[in-house]
Ligand binder design. Structure first.
Ligand code: 5RP
Length: 231
């Protein structure tokens, strides 16, 4: 009997499996997270070894830092009129390929980049798949001004909000836009569209981590190998 692969090995499997989707000359959006980190490492290698040339935009300062370290040239999203392809991770994905993103706190830029992109691919290990999303908290990005009022409104709606704190700190986490994040914990969601509308229509909310019908393909990391599904 073979040794079971670790979650990080599955993440690496899908990160590398996404590389062939990247073709010379493309304008590429690079997502954020530990799965995407493997993709970006692989992209850096292809650029060095094969002389592959692409134009990249990132979805977070974290991915920007990694791309800079690898010598991957970056442009701003406003420097391109569209992106050909964006590859990103996700925290949970349901049967209809709706997902929760923002475990890493970057869902605002991720959703903007996703919207600017002709094709979107998610790379996830199989542990992210679930019948109904929502057992993983849904991150809600809030402007800092009056944030405690938004927190109370979320509480009143029964969404069990918690403040996101910076790592190893009792200070509030700050996004790349210097906003704060409240994670809500609805449990398995019956109606993702209703929650999407409820959250986005709250004054003070900038964006949230529900990504509904936003991908074209998904690559799932399974023990037996990567599975690509066209959505
Ligand atoms: C960051 C994200 C990530 O894509 C998501 O959290 C998945 O991360 P990981 O690949 O580390 O499991 O949405 O905002």
């Amino acid at each position: 009997m073979g040794v079971k692969m670790t979650q990080d090995e599955l993440k690496k499997m899908v990160g590398l499996a996404a590389l062939p989707f990247i073709k010379p000359g493309m304008k590429i959006g690079l997502g954020t997270g530990s799965t995407v980190k493997h993709l970006v490492d692989g992209l850096g290698k292809r650029m060095r070894e094969e002389g592959l040339q692409v134009t990249c935009v990132t979805t977070s300062s974290i991915t920007t830092r990694q791309a800079n370290e690898l010598g991957i040239p970056l442009v701003g999203l406003d420097d391109v009129d569209h992106l050909d392809l964006t590859i990103d991770g996700a925290d949970q994905v349901d049967e209809n390929f709706n997902g929760i993103k923002g475990g890493g706190g970057s869902m605002l830029w991720e959703k903007i980049v996703n919207t600017a992109s002709d094709q979107n691919i998610w790379i996830v290990d199989e542990s992210k798949l679930t019948e109904r999303i929502g057992s993983f908290g849904v991150p809600v990005e809030i402007v800092p001004y009056g944030a405690s009022h938004v927190f109370r409104r979320l509480e009143q709606k029964g969404l069990k909000p918690t403040w996101r704190l910076a790592k190893d700190s009792d200070q509030l986490y700050r996004t790349d836009e210097n906003n704060v994040i409240i994670d809500v914990h609805p449990g398995p969601i019956d109606d993702v569209n209703a929650l999407d509308q409820e959250l986005i229509n709250m004054v003070g909310v900038v964006e949230h981590g529900l990504f509904i019908q936003r991908i074209n393909d998904i690559i799932i990391g399974r023990e037996q190998g990567p599975e690509t599904i066209h959505v």
